[in-house]
Design a protein around this ligand. Sequence first.
Ligand code: ZN
Length: 400
Amino acid sequence: MKKCMALLLAIALVCMFCSCNSGNDKNSANQSTGESMSNGAGKNIGNNTFSLGYDDQPFYTTRSAMMVSSGEGYYFFVQDQLFYYDISSKTCVLVCGKPDCEHKNYALENEDNQCNAFIPSDMFYYEKGFSYYDKDLYLLGKNSKDKYAVSIYRISPDGSEREEVCKIFSISDQNDIGEFAVHRGYAFCSLRTSESTAALYRVNLKSCEADIICEAGGMASEFNRIAGSGNYIYFSKLCSEDDTYEKWIGKICRADIESGKVEEICDNLGSFAVIEESVYFLNFKNPDFVYVCDTASKEVTELIKAPDASNMLLTDGKYLYLYYDSENSDTVNIVSTDGKIIDKIKVPNFYLIQGGGTDFLFVETVEYGLQAFDKSKIGTGVYDADTVYSIKEDKFILNQ
Ligand SMILES: [Zn+2]
């Protein structure tokens, strides 16, 4: 699993380190009814006000290993099983309330006995990202009738109900799917449509109308790093300059979730994060600084010298979290939006930040254990975290 995560991270980094100028956007290419999608799915909350349960939770290193908050706890997947970490009791459970269930993470002959927490990844594409929206979990999965089609599924928070919500498109390969997120009534999904084209889909969760709001052209073009914020969905648009795949070009873009109108925010990217109207990012070509781009003026300025040569950046909407992705690095820098280092926490055997919300930072350690760091401890300089689960001698041990 660690190698898998390292590979995912490497891919994410390669992708994030590019800049793009393909400029092949095609706004509002409605592929369904041709009608506007602005009638009703979007919940108008106020542009910069985060609303838990309706907004995307873009605090992640990769969507394949993200965690989403319900406000009372966090959902996450490990080895095709859905888990829940309860904030108040600081305990972790499988999302299955079936009496006498043995909680197997493989298909049983008698489907009626199948564990509710078993979410097979060949059926449900949770590794593309998932969302907690309107008191349910949403994710992509295989269409029940057409093996080439992809559907959006809803899973109830106790795991007892699974519903196929919308059929959205057909694919030839599961790997063509980029990322998935739900934000303010719309699902967003990126898709590689050919060797040199990619599309970003928007799906109205009420009507299931799907349309393409952005397309990209160029070798190996793709959209990734989807992040909902305010009434926008932000993303990276990438492609290779040529077929050597050595030089990548890319842009950070955003689309208005209602109109679908896409605008480019800035060239180049490493990791990026959005807080209100500002995009914070690392620049592979100039890695010494953390940069901030004002989305209104498109002006880019240096925020702070990148602490500890950080090459990973996340946000929880309040602070930036920066670290250097290396086996020898154990320091997470917590930085305010005005560029002040609020805290430096040293995490023994640090591997990566898995995500979290405003209350907890979930940290994966080298032994492949997950820890929950209470953010009320930020500013003390002390890393004192609770274990969510650990793995000892290939045994998965939940802190129940
Ligand atoms: Zn079970």
